[in-house]
Structures are given as C-alpha cells and as structure tokens.
Design a protein around this ligand. Sequence first.
Ligand code: SAM
Ligand code: ZN
Length: 282
Amino acid sequence: MSTLPEEFTATTTWSDHLKVLRCPRCTSGLVPAPPRLRCAGCYATFPIRDGILVVKEQTDDNNRVAQEFYDSALWPKFRFWEKVTWVCNGGERRARNQVLRHLPRQPGLNLLDVAVGDGVYLPWMPVDWQVVGIDVSWSQLQVCRARTAGAPVRLVQCEAETLPFHDAQFDAVLSIGAFNYFNDPEGALREMIRVGRPGATIVISDEMPDLTGRMLGHKLGLPALDRWIVSRLMHLGDSFTDMVERFRNLDVRSIAGGVLPEVQYHEVWRGLGYVLVGRVPD
Ligand SMILES: C[S@@+](CC[C@H](N)C(=O)[O-])C[C@H]1O[C@@H](n2cnc3c(N)ncnc32)[C@H](O)[C@@H]1O
Ligand SMILES: [Zn+2]
C-alpha cells in the first residue's frame, strides 16, 4: 500500500463498510448515529474515535496484561529484541513472509487481521486488498491508523474472542504474534472461523510457547536468571513474563486441530515460531 491509487487517498471510514459489522451483545446489525454507530437491535452505541471503532475498551486477565504492555513504554524497548530476531532470520520482511506467504494472492481480498498491532506489514500487502484490523491496544491501533492513512484499512478496538462481525465476511483471517496469550485461544480461533467465508484461509502465527524453557538458566536449574533476562534486560516486564511462564506448555497444535480440520503446522524463524494454516470448512 505504499503506492496508493488515487481512490484510496481519502480517509477510509466505517460508514461505507457497515455491512460486515454486528453488535457483540445481541448480534444485530449496526447503523450510523454520528459520531457513533448504534445497534439496530439493543440500541447499544459504539463510538468512532480518530476513525477507529471502539467496541471494547476494558479487558481482563491475559488480554489485560497484553493490552497494558502494548500501551506502555516497555513495548518499544522490547521491540528492539524483536528486531534482533528478524535480523537473525534474514530481515523483517523476509522473516514475516514465512507467514504472509500462506495468504491467498487473490485480487480484492477481504482480509481480517486479528491483533493487528501497529500494522507494520500492512504496507507490503497488495493495494487492492481491503483490510479490517482489530486489537485491544489503543496506542497500537493509533500507530496502525497513522501508518495506513488513506489505505483501505479499517480498525476496531475489541478482543479476538468476541469479533463484532457477521458470519462469513472475510476471504482470509490472519493473526501474528498474539495467539499464545489470548484469554481463550480456542474461542478466538472459533471466532476467526465463524467470520471467514467457506473456504477462507486462516493463518495464525506466534512464537513457540516453550521458548523460555530452552534458555540456559532453565537448563542449569536457574530459572530466575532467565526471568531476569526476559523481564528486565529484554523489558517484557513482570506481568507479561509471568504469563509467558504460565503458558509454557500450551499445545497450540492440538487446540487448532480440535477446531480446524486438516490444519497444517509449520515451524518458522529457525524453530523460534510456528504458523498454523487452515481453511474454513464449506
Ligand atoms: C506482538 S503484537 C503483534 C502485532 C502484529 N500482528 C505484528 O505481528 O506485528 C501482539 C498484539 O496482540 C494484541 N492482543 C493481545 N491479545 C489480544 C486479544 N485478546 N484481542 C485482540 N488483540 C490482542 C496486542 O494488543 C498487540 O498489539
Ligand atoms: Zn445489540
């Protein structure tokens, strides 16, 4: 989207894309009630701030740990280490393409990005793709909005576990870097399947949940050393580090296999990450 055609230079808004939205409380459609959207069934209202539709601001448990981290000053410091990982894997674009290559190269693709973050890779996507991105972090969404200004990208603040979209709306659903710590990964995957059209491609990627267990401290029986490295040196912070430790044995493969028939599992980034690829059943 770095070379935008003329028609995308106007701000992309929700008002011309209401058909995909549904109320997370009663599942009715949403109608304009400027400067908000209103549910046609239960009359709940949802503000649009800075062009971003706000469906859910308050989160709990893991989602809150993630939201607070990505809204905090720790994230830019941790990002340095993420960049180091990309460099070790041939550069960010090449490394991310190990995941993005699983998306169908379909003209005019309607893509949902679950946990879009700051949308660093959205400018690499074909200019005719329509993208909806959701995330819990307001600051990430704002950076994403600035990065994709004028492009056909629409953003929603909400949780992966309750997507405010009607069934069968998207040709593909992507989620990178968040699945392991969703409050309910299986529930979030069921939602991704629900909003995907029959045959839609689902691509989910994250780091291997057991990465800290592979560190030297754990091998030497000194887990506190690894904890210090991850939480302080790498700036993940205490709450996120606790969460990483708690979910070290998460079996993403069996979670996905239980919900998405014939899902494929590939290792990426020299075994540091995984990608799950499946199709919404017909
Ligand atoms: C590592 S970032 C990944 C962002 C982007 N996909 C990327 O690869 O650069 C993880 C993102 O997941 C979001 N997130 C975490 N849990 C979430 C949930 N339950 N629902 C929606 N977003 C979530 C965070 O706010 C954060 O922006
Ligand atoms: Zn409603």
